[in-house]
Design a protein around this ligand. Structure first.
Ligand code: IDP
Ligand code: MG
Length: 154
């Protein structure tokens, strides 16, 4: 099954929304393959947000992402990358659709609660950047047959 990478950003930690947001992923039927708390530093953020380092808001983004520890997760499921991006909503939370995490919990373009990988290729890179192989677990959800039809379980 496909894996994607999620960060519960400092905005989620600071607002005590960790449980609400993880609950959404679990209710959807996604499996938690890995989860841990960590303090991000400038080095890993310059890699993770390499596409943004030249943007004027980058210093503010760095500060925001280092403001508290974060929770990083590997979520697994059929088409997990696109499913989780859809659940995430538009970058600017003020414009994000109701029903999405950013749309339901946020008011900011920067403090937008979660990061989610934007492609299968980037998900693989991001999982490897933030997790050691032994921190990712291979197990079956006993509810899988109620989440998927047999021909969807591959
Ligand atoms: P994404 O998180 O929706 O994939 P990206 O364009 O990859 O959006 O940007 C990464 C993060 O950088 C955003 O989630 C947000 O926290 C921050 N960011 C992006 N654009 C802006 C902006 O115009 N102002 C402030 N922060 C921004
Ligand atoms: Mg992005």
């Amino acid at each position: 099954m496909e894996q994607t990478f999620v960060i519960l950003k400092p905005s989620t930690i600071s607002r005590s929304l960790v449980g609400d947001i993880i609950e959404r992923y679990q209710r959807k039927g996604l499996k938690i393959a890995g989860v841990k708390m960590m303090q991000l530093d400038e080095k890993i953020l310059r890699e993770h947000y390499a596409h943004l380092v030249d943007r004027p808001f980058f210093p503010l983004l760095l500060k925001s992402m280092m403001a508290t520890p974060v929770i990083v997760m590997v979520l697994e499921g059929k088409d997990a990358v696109s499913v989780v991006r859809t659940m995430t909503g538009a970058t600017n939370a003020r414009l994000a659709a109701p029903g999405t995490i950013r749309g339901d919990f946020g008011m900011s373009g920067q403090e937008n609660l979660v990061h989610a990988s934007d492609s299968v290729e980037n998900a693989k890179i991001e999982v490897a950047r933030f997790f050691r192989p032994e921190e990712i677990f291979n197990y079956d959800l006993i509810t899988a047959s109620a989440i998927y039809s047999p021909d969807e379980m591959n």
